[in-house]
Design a protein around this ligand. Structure first.
Ligand SMILES: NC(=O)c1ccc[n+]([C@@H]2O[C@H](COP(=O)([O-])OP(=O)(O)OC[C@H]3O[C@@H](n4cnc5c(N)ncnc54)[C@H](O)[C@@H]3O)[C@@H](O)[C@H]2O)c1
Length: 503
């Protein structure tokens, strides 16, 4: 099954933000494109906006003037749904309301040929439900573009229960021919990206609600230690708190209020008070002239110890050892440790530094300071530490000095599982669960999370590097700290851990 022929007309119904973007993509790829919107005059305005955008691309030297002229020659605005007869594909991007979309597709079915591919750009409705009233739901797919559609490469190609394999493949190949990176997924709440990304926001909100870490610190740690392009607070201020919360609530409700997806009271209050983020001038942060910039917690300069003792193996944090040595701190050999248990770095007074494992630092036998997981310990410019209550001020200052000697800013927080480790462990778990439930295959999930939300590493590849056993144990420990069900590892992750243990 191949992509649609470029000579085949593509209709875009609903010519707002997404419709215009999708139309531009199909147009530049070479199709004739017809625009239709229920609001009189909107399609014409949209055609003018798309033309203006192509003009700007010519000015910037991104496309040739001749290509622009050919594209605008293929673009038309129609005022009657009946004018969409003869189209090979209709992409719908109207109001996010089930009855509106269902009615539209019923009307469209009266107009287009039986061979016409029908697609919805819905981000939160069930593709199966949108196609529910159709005579021929087998040619119906979800084509979920991301905003702005001309710039973002990812397209989730969603198969509803009745979708024909051939229709999904044709949609997939067409998106690819348009220069996009499509991924295949099943019709489940949030599809791939909006389902698996939930803990990225939710954990940050929980850390804030528990007063474990403030927004600026969480954002800085996820950026500078976790390698994420933006932290969840600044990102949701950009997206709009109302938009982000609506997705969270929709996914949670679709999963019958599964505690793994519970929304946040703190975000609810923000939305209720219309602190929506950048667009309203205030969200988690203040914007506009004279707005004060919130700074992350950053520990004052301190001196490192002259030496530390290394007990056992640090496994996921092993890269720290050569960095400590290179910083001129002597690393003495401590106990060899149990080969299966993560080791620790001992400060001169006996305090242990350990990678976060989901337990509370207070639960350890020795005075313990937990440190966070980094995407890359050599490149990280910040690290979060969580000291147990009994850790002395001097030991904490030495731990701070040690990481500062490695060129890192240090943020001290009070969070079991710390920040990056906790977030990544849940992303890995959600991704394993999604694969096991047939939402998508592992490669498509990693691609979707890298391209759809810019993650520095796909969650399954990250999870493989950390080890499923480590992630499952981390979440078991966190579940013991917070027995709400939210952190209980999925069956899929437990099984992956068991396979790993016996391999
Ligand atoms: N905005 C995003 O970031 C984004 C991203 C991915 C998917 N989506 C989805 O895309 C769809 C459109 O979102 P948007 O942000 O472009 O909305 P929008 O409000 O910018 O545009 C919607 C357009 O649809 C028109 N419309 C409404 N009912 C119609 C009907 N029955 N027939 C024809 N036209 C009709 C409206 O007049 C309007 O021009 C929604 O389903 C949304 O969930 C949005």
């Amino acid at each position: 099954m191949t992509a649609l022929d470029l000579s085949g007309p593509v209709a875009v119904v609903g010519t707002g933000t997404m419709g215009q973007g999708i139309a531009q993509v199909a147009l530049v790829a070479g199709h004739p494109v017809r625009l239709y919107d229920a609001a009189p005059g909107f399609a014409k305005t949209a055609a003018a906006a798309i033309t203006a955008r192509l003009d700007r691309l010519v000015e910037k030297g991104r496309i040739e003037a001749t290509a622009r002229d050919a594209a605008t020659g293929r673009l038309s605005a129609v005022e009657d749904l009946a004018d969409l007869a003869g189209c090979d594909l209709v992409v719908e991007a109207v109001l996010e309301q089930l009855d509106v979309k269902q009615r539209l597709f019923q009307d469209l079915e009266e107009v287009v040929a039986e061979s016409c591919l029908l697609a919805t750009n819905t981000s939160s409705l069930s593709v199966t439900a949108v196609a529910g009233a159709l005579k021929h739901p087998e040619r119906f797919v979800g084509l979920h573009f991301f905003n702005p559609a001309p710039l973002l490469p990812l397209v989730e190609v969603v198969s509803g229960h009745a979708t024909d394999e051939a229709a999904a493949t044709r949609a997939y190949e067409t998106a690819k021919a348009w220069g996009k990176t499509p991924v295949r997924c099943a019709d489940t709440p949030g599809f791939i990206v909006n389902r698996i990304a939930r803990p990225f926001y939710a954990e940050a909100l929980r850390l804030h609600e528990e007063r474990a870490a403030d927004p600026a610190t969480t954002d800085a740690v996820l950026r500078e230690c976790g390698g994420f392009k933006m932290g969840p607070f600044e990102l949701t201020d950009l997206i709009g708190q109302d938009v982000n919360e609506a997705v969270t609530r929709s996914v949670w409700e679709s999963f019958f209020q599964d505690p793994k997806f519970t929304p946040s009271l703190a975000q609810r209050r923000l939305v209720e008070s219309r602190r929506l983020g950048r667009k309203s001038g205030q969200g988690w942060y203040a914007y506009g002239d004279g707005a004060e910039k919130a700074e992350p917690h950053t520990a004052a300069p301190a001196s490192p110890p002259e030496s530390v003792a290394l007990h056992g193996e640090l496994f996921q944090a092993a890269a720290l050892v050569p960095l400590i040595e290179a910083a001129g701190v002597r690393v003495e050999a401590g106990h060899s440790g149990h080969p299966d248990f993560p080791g620790s770095i001992e400060l001169p007074d006996g305090t242990r530094l350990r990678l976060a494992d989901g337990t509370s630092a207070d639960a350890a036998a020795e005075p313990t300071i937990q440190f966070d997981l980094a995407l890359d310990y050599a490149k990280a410019t910040r690290i979060a530490l969580c000291p147990a209550a009994r850790v002395s001020e001097q030991a904490l200052a030495e731990a701070v000095g040690l990481f500062q000697a490695l060129g890192k800013e240090v943020s001290v927080v009070r969070a079991p599982g710390l920040i990056v480790a906790r977030t990544v462990a849940l992303l890995v778990d959600f991704a394993h669960d999604a694969v096991a439930r047939g939402v998508a295959d592992a490669e498509d999930i990693d691609t979707a999370m890298r391209l759809g939300v810019n993650y520095p590493r796909g969650p399954l590849s990250w999870g493989a590097a950390l080890g499923a056993y480590w992630v499952a144990e981390f979440l078991d420990n966190l579940h013991a700290e917070y027995p709400t069900g939210r952190y209980a590892p999925s069956q899929a992750l437990r099984q992956a851990a068991a396979r790993e243990e016996h391999s």
